[in-house]
Design a protein around this ligand. Structure first.
Ligand SMILES: C[S@@+](CC[C@H](N)C(=O)[O-])C[C@H]1O[C@@H](n2cnc3c(N)ncnc32)[C@H](O)[C@@H]1O
Length: 351
């Protein structure tokens, strides 16, 4: 797939649970052991792996159930050449209408961001939604999402913990310098990163998101799966909607109000769906994996997962063998930012 290490291409930075950005070189080396031309990235997240495959000339289909992630993939996987100019950026930052909606200011007061930042967000997202070109909108929104994550303690929206930023306490895990940078500065920084990642590989790369993963279309040479992680030490698997609901709201700003769940406390998040439960509930996760592997049993598969998970490495190998596949497993020591336990990153290559 070409010379990876010396290419100088910079992947946009990610602050996302389970992002494979740090493992791209390793994934590339091991996927080089099989032949494929078209690939479906089934749990695409930040689109880092889709972008890897796009760089190496593959035709990429990207899927993820979160609309905010699909927007990031529109910006860098589907988009072949549209970038953001200084003029575009200025139009997002300026007041171009007399009155702006105040949904974020009213709904999330003292929850995730300061009052003036909430007002800025209401204005910026309204301005972005007025832009006609969908790829320009996608780059601007993707940059806005990155800025929101950078300004959040732990880069998440699962707790109403603005106080961690505002209380005058000594912190042992401090990211305060980034939290206090303005939205304008951060959005401008991420627009540059995304602009630099836009290119054409002369293939028809598409975002097919919106489907539940298990129902996504078949008919590609390779399916790459990087599903949510369920640690054997936890009672629940990773709930991406609970972690990133605020970005989902920005992605669907006009309907946000109608999508708020009942009884979700101060964080006011969207209601969990069946798609979420298939990976977060202990009584469902094994069945979900079995169904997925069966669904794609006639296709080459590469699966990313971690050791100490449910299912275990041995269970995944058995499921793949039951589908008639030959399996190679690669391992790399790995520590996730939020965890103190040592786990290994696993890569199953099944043909
Ligand atoms: C481990 S992350 C993928 C990370 C990605 N490979 C990257 O490098 O950023 C798992 C992804 O699965 C998505 N997801 C969770 N449940 C899903 C479902 N039922 N269908 C489709 N996508 C789902 C989440 O939104 C999340 O982005």
């Amino acid at each position: 797939m070409g010379d990876f290490a010396n290419s100088g291409f910079r992947y946009p930075s990610t602050r996302y649970t389970g992002s494979k950005r740090r493992f791209l070189e390793w994934i590339k080396e091991n996927s080089d052991t099989i032949k494929f031309d078209t690939v479906l990235d089934l749990f695409g997240g930040t689109a880092s792996v889709s972008l890897l495959f796009k760089r190496y000339g593959k035709q990429v289909s990207y899927n993820d159930f979160l609309a905010s992630n699909q927007i990031v993939a529109k910006a860098i996987v589907e988009n072949d050449g549209i970038t953001i100019s200084d003029k575009d950026l200025a139009s997002v930052f300026s007041k171009t209408q007399k009155r702006y909606p105040n949904f974020i200011q009213n709904t999330y007061k003292n929850v995730f961001f300061l009052d003036e930042e909430n007002a800025w967000l209401d204005q910026a997202i309204t301005n972005i939604n007025k832009i006609d070109n969908e790829y320009k909108r996608a780059i601007l929104m993707a940059s806005l999402f990155q800025a929101c994550l950078a300004k959040r303690p732990f880069n998440l929206f699962h707790r109403a913990n603005l106080y961690i930023r505002t209380n005058d306490v000594k912190r042992t895990f401090c990211n305060k310098t980034t939290w206090e940078r303005s939205f304008e500065e951060l959005v401008s920084r991420y627009v540059k990163e995304y602009n630099n990642a836009v290119f054409s590989n002369k293939r028809n790369n598409r975002v097919i998101g919106g489907y539940n993963a298990a129902k996504s279309p078949n008919g590609v040479d390779l399916v790459y799966m990087d599903p949510p992680y369920f640690s054997e030490h936890m009672t629940q698997g990773t709930n991406y909607l609970a972690y990133y609901h605020f970005l989902e709201g920005l992605a669907d700003y006009k309907n946000w109000k109608n999508r708020l769940g009942k009884d979700t406390g101060k964080v006011k998040r969207m209601e969990d769906s069946e798609e979420v439960y298939s990976f977060t509930r202990k009584d469902r996760v094994l069945e979900t994996f079995e169904k997925l592997i069966k669904r794609f049993q006639h296709t080459q598969l590469i699966i990313s997962y971690q050791s100490n998970g449910i299912p275990s490495k041995e269970q995944i190998i058995e499921m793949l063998h039951n589908g008639g596949k030959k399996v190679k497993v690669y391992e790399k020591p790995h520590k996730y930012a939020l965890s103190r336990r040592q786990t290994n990153e696993l890569l199953f290559v099944a043909t």
